[in-house]
Design a protein around this ligand. Structure first.
Ligand code: PEP
Ligand code: MN
Length: 249
């Protein structure tokens, strides 16, 4: 398996479904995203949904499937945590994700600051860059420097896309912090047709990596189906991103 520290020091391509839908499905996705060039597998187990009536994720069971996929397909994994009470479930998770809705859940951030795991902090859709940096200070309070900051779109008056991708944030975060900066073009646009443009813009702006939602059958995705791209589209984005990284070298 790619060593997580090596991966974090290179170009980070995180990909996988929005949610872990079943054991078979995450296995299938692990294989496909790895073949497409991704070096970290994502999948949500605990989903913070706007409506309580929406699919909430398979919880602990899903983390077990993701960990199985990690070993079977030899790929590090990332999944979101929504409550510090679940921290014990994340022993084998390589990167812990703090979702946009929990960016300022300070008790969660304090609990995570005591771990030595890499943590990916997503920007809240209503937070300034400064507020995001302050949230990351909570994570760094006890010496953890493996923090990844993720720009995933902010809420503006624009409604042609789900959120508005703040490409400025990439340059600002790179200048103001020494943390890794990841772009999530899936949530930033919310529409699969625009994912590639936003991803490549993020790479051109100097981000350290991408996090992209992928599904073998986007129409059937249990969550965020409108923004899911195919493994083939993922491969194209990764190939082009590497070309841009080469130009920027
Ligand atoms: C996700 O990455 O699955 C997610 C829920 O994203 P966000 O927290 O940015 O909405
Ligand atoms: Mn999603």
């Amino acid at each position: 398996m790619g060593n997580i520290d090596n991966i974090l020091n290179g170009h980070i391509f995180i990909a996988g479904p929005c949610s872990i839908e079943s054991r078979e499905h995450i296995f299938k996705m692990a294989k496909l995203v790895k073949q497409s060039g991704a070096n970290v597998l994502r999948g949500g187990a605990f989903k913070p949904r706007t409506s309580p009536d929406s699919f909430q994720g398979l919880g602990k069971e899903a983390i077990d499937y993701l960990v199985e996929a990690k070993h079977k397909f030899d790929i590090p994994i990332i999944t979101e945590i929504v409550d510090q009470r679940y921290l014990d479930l994340y022993d084998e998770v390589d990167i812990i994700q703090v979702g946009a809705r929990n960016m300022q859940n300070f008790e969660l951030l304090k609990a995570l600051s005591k771990t030595d795991k890499p943590i990916l902090l997503k920007r809240n859709m209503g937070a300034t860059i400064g507020e995001m940096i302050s949230a990351s200070d909570y994570l760094r309070a006890n010496g953890n420097d493996k923090i990844l900051l993720c720009e995933r779109g902010i809420r503006t008056f624009e409604n042609a896309t789900r959120y508005t991708f703040d490409v400025n944030a990439v340059a600002v975060l790179k200048e103001k912090t020494n943390l890794k900066v990841i772009v999530d073009p899936s949530h930033a646009t919310g529409i699969s047709d625009y994912v590639k443009s936003a991803a490549l813009a993020g790479v051109a702006a100097g981000c350290d990596g991408l996090m992209i939602e992928v599904h073998d059958n986007p129409e059937q995705a249990l969550t965020d189906k409108d923004q899911a791209i195919s493994p083939q589209q993922l491969e194209e984005i990764i190939v082009k991103s590497k070309q841009i990284y080469d130009v920027l070298k």
